[in-house]
Design a protein around this ligand. Sequence first.
Ligand SMILES: Cc1cc2nc3c(=O)[nH]c(=O)nc-3n(C[C@H](O)[C@H](O)[C@H](O)COP(=O)(O)OP(=O)(O)OC[C@H]3O[C@@H](n4cnc5c(N)ncnc54)[C@H](O)[C@@H]3O)c2cc1C
Length: 395
Amino acid sequence: VRTRVGIVGAGPAGLLLSQLLHLQGIESVVVERRDRPYVEQRVRAGVLEAGTAQTLREAGVGARMDAEGLPHEGTELRFNGQSHRIDFQELTGRSVLVYGQQEVVKDLIAARLADGADLRFEASDVEVHDIETARPSVTFMHDDNPLRLDCDFVVGADGFHGICRNLVSGLRVAERKYSYSWLGILAEAPPSSDELIYCRHPRGFALHSMRSKTISRMYLQVPADERLDDWSDERIWAELHTRLATDDDSFTLTEGPLLDKGITPMRSFVSTPMQAGRLFLAGDAAHIVPPTGAKGMNLAIADVRLLARAFAAFYTDKRTDLLDEYTTTAALRIWRATHFSWWMTTMLHVDAAGTEFDDQLALSQLEYVAGSRAMATSLAENYTGLPYQAGWSYK
Ligand SMILES: Cc1cc2nc3c(=O)[nH]c(=O)nc-3n(C[C@H](O)[C@H](O)[C@H](O)COP(=O)(O)OP(=O)(O)OC[C@H]3O[C@@H](n4cnc5c(N)ncnc54)[C@H](O)[C@@H]3O)c2cc1C
């Protein structure tokens, strides 16, 4: 099979890149190791920055998102039993959209297939070859047949556990591990609040969020080595009630049957360069952040915006400058999001290995954000998404 861009991985990064390239008349083939139902049902991110939502609209996949997504104009910080609202719209003029990552993936797959795209699900033994030449290739097994995809470029959008990152020679990794994980549940219960609640409690962090008007998504901070089997549904609900309670008892948590439950480790990880010869990395393949700032999928989408523009410049004007600058340009946003995610995480979680000093710093930071318009604006502009163009100010 011959194509221009061979894409490894059908997550949000790989699929959106394929769609953006198609809109510019550039052919691609997507090779994915899982089957389509698995990819479409994987429950993960849910908060879309304003720019992410706009990118999806411009890519022609915004109709269902706009009909079913829940616009959020603010969020709540809860600590010391008190609630403090951060009004995104008033502080920045922007808001976020709550719409599940698996819905974004479904919309992208539907759009690609409607245009006759070549998406190869259930590919096994995927390997990338000859990235230092002008004719790299991807080989894999598909329906028991060995296939070779000859390309001009290969994009590794194969997530954190993919194969492409390790092909980059001279890889530099900057990382931070945390002593806690998130136990996440998806419950068939109407959300107990219209907006997300980020809560710091002496027993640990809790997040109340939602996926729709009937489905709640909630998380609890647990130790990094926690076993899911130790958390019965009853124990999860009891802990959520305790951590999310307010001093004036104004908050009532609605319960419902659990549809999904899992433990997600927390890690900050940035690897550079994001390119080697004709191989480019995008999304979780190159970087991950702890989910507290809701940045992972948004960053993946920002990466492929850059790549789509760089490939378009290459094919229309034979320009290679944007491809050459890809790592440097992408890293600016990646490090901003990495700092924001680390900051939100350390401010809202209780570090069991920490001291009274660490606790008081985190609480002081929360008090400052809740009480200072400047700090609240900083949180709001990072959360709703900084501009894509150079410079961090919308003004
Ligand atoms: C519990 C949780 C909550 C999160 N919440 C948020 C949030 O609120 N907001 C946010 O922005 N982000 C969030 N994230 C992060 C977000 O889900 C990821 O950043 C996002 O999925 C990255 O997209 P991607 O396309 O780069 O990678 P992935 O979605 O991981 O896609 C990679 C794809 O490559 C495939 N693949 C892997 N190896 C191979 C191979 N060898 N050959 C072929 N295919 C391969 C995988 O099967 C997968 O389909 C969350 C993550 C988790 C786990």
